[in-house]
Design a protein around this ligand. Structure first.
Ligand code: ZN
Length: 78
């Protein structure tokens, strides 16, 4: 039996992380072949995953900049 669309959304993160067993992957892919909704969902999910690291990197950069500014303020006071 193939997973339902609701199951597919739950399985997506595990599928992309490579955590599904081969039989589940097969069922997952069979469902994808037949279901445009889940194909679309998975594409959006992948896009979101790809964008997420960039966001966290930007946050890190911002934190470093804040540190740098804080250091400069400290140095100016001394
Ligand atoms: Zn579906």
């Amino acid at each position: 039996m193939l997973p339902s669309c609701r199951n597919m959304t739950e399985l997506s993160s595990e599928y992309l992380a490579g955590k599904l067993s081969w039989s589940m992957r097969l069922k997952f892919r069979l469902h994808l072949m037949m279901c445009i909704h889940c194909r679309r969902y998975l594409r959006q999910f992948q896009l979101m995953l790809r964008l997420t690291p960039q966001i966290s990197m930007d946050e890190e950069l911002e934190e470093k900049q804040i540190d740098l500014i804080a250091q400069k303020i400290k140095q100016a006071r001394q």
